[in-house]
Design a protein. Sequence first.
Length: 695
Amino acid sequence: MRPEILFSTFAPVSGLPGVGPRIAKLIEKVAGPRLVDLYWHLPTQIVDRRYSPSLARAPDGAIVTVTVVVERHTPAPGKRLPYKVFCSDGSGQLTLVFFHAKPDYLQRALPVGEERVVSGRIRHYGDEVQITHPDHIGTAAELDALKAVEPVYRLTAGLTARPLQRAVRLTLDQAPDLPEWLEPQFVSGRRWQGWKDALLAAHAPESPDDLEPGNPARERLAYDELLANQLALALVRESVRRGAGRAVSGDSSLRKQVVASLPYSLTSAQERALEEIWKDMASPARMLRLLQGDVGSGKTIVAFLAMLNAVESGAQAALMAPTEVLAQQHGDVLTPLCAELGIRLALLTGREKGKFRRETLADLEAGDIDILVGTHAIFQEGVAFSDLAFAVIDEQHRFGVHQRLALTAKAAGARANLLVMTATPIPRTLTMTAYGDMDVSQLDEKPPGRIPVDTRAMPLERLDEVVQAVRRAVGDGDRVYWVCPLVEESDVIDIAAAEARYAALAGNLGNDVALLHGRMKSAEKDAHMSRFAGGEISVLVATTVIEVGVDVPEATVMVVEHAERFGLAQLHQLRGRVGRGDRQGRCLLLYAAPLGDTARARIRIMRETDDGFRIAEEDLRLRGAGEVLGTRQSGLPDFRLADVGAHEELMLAARDDAKLVLERDPDLSSDRGQALRALLYLFERDAAVGYLRSG
């Protein structure tokens, strides 16, 4: 349960004095609904109000704070025209401009003949010097309290700076004094402040340098967030290791048959990963392992051989994919292999209904099904295994840590060994943040004989040439993906652009083209993918990224329109969809000129390498952690203070700190341990506290 000292921190923003329902809703949209969300909503810029030139010297566009005498008011002659107040400072004239003005308020705030201090952005219109809607108006005494340097926060439509600044100020006034959870010598060695002082300093930047990730106040807060993340993951890991696992060790009979029947030899990376997995499975401690592989590195066969180890020992195995298309694909690939081995594989997705589903569930519970392949439906209520010893989750970047654990609670007493597979190579620091609770195996080489995809970049002006190349490819019996970009602001724009491209290609190629977009129902999307895989259509136009892992060996051409709008890892994943058969793949990156530096770098790297691990590191360097996997969809922690790219060294320190803490104080019962519990609650890692032995 959250400690009492943090109760006020999680109170709603709507409880702040002067924050009504409308403002609260807008603040929730930009930051979040609670006071703690405003703690982490740090300034993105500053406004320096220390510049006080005479009006005669005030340059156009500058933010100034000037002392003027009010000379006269000119009310608006019409509804759409502005109310003007004319002032001077002895060196020149200043016109204050107000639209939709309240005359009574302006006459009180700017009485004729009196001196006032005004702050805002100067604009020159011919000989007239103006400030439209000054940021501040008041007497010299009133504006003494005005900050010389003001923080600027990210806003949303309908929310202006002043109510948000006021809400942040009121929130910080209430911030509790929390016990120090870092070692004093570590804090002093880094010249950091305590948590609360760092929070106040981060909200009161004095210069642009104070907004950088390397600023000491921001570093301190980032470290706290990273430590909470690493401590939570370490607690999960310790809990899993403490729990009784399930030692699984087969006789290798099935595995030997499969390896002997393969038309290729396993790579040394595959053999190494299998040794690591089998060793984990043979241990009484529960296995929790991540299998990272690049596109086409052969993860599926590794997972299948690991599942056979469980089947050989008389137990069951399960493979969960994120979509029905992928589950079906795994089923199609593995069913013939299982038939040759004399073992039974069943498929379970949301589609199976009625008698067939009931029979499948009954056979599963009776132990007549050896391997179950499906979507998350395999871990829903009413699905009971006879003896689940090994579970594989494919394309795991869709799931967070706690979802992973919930998925395997199905296994007897949550003892099943768990292997997670991702086809998105992840940079080392991100692996630590998202998978710090897991051991990692990497498939960092591809099977021999695979021909690299020919990658070319072309400006959009050469679109006609590309369409002709697509026509020739279709004539040769190839299949083509044509991917249109996602425009974050609008699904509608995406779909309109894709529909226009679809119409143009259909006009050129006839009925050989189909359209796939995010607003289609799953069944409709699956039907189009199946028609494409089956060869009924040759060109698939898509707005969404083609489903990771979908395998159409006949697809040889990938056209990415507006490639400059995609991240490197996305481009690499798309390229990995083609050239999976015995013919060389081609990837055409169409871009809108001129290219920015980052987009040019992405396209250059795509042409230089097909190494997904190098591409992942470059992607992190170019884009920052927040975008690399699209954290909201990825299960990656959505850091609000830490920048994993800029704070890699802090991440390593936090990992070591968390490890040391749990070695010395596994129950977090010492004074520092109790303070660290508060840290976990502050950063909403409440579930992790549940993994402590003493709760």
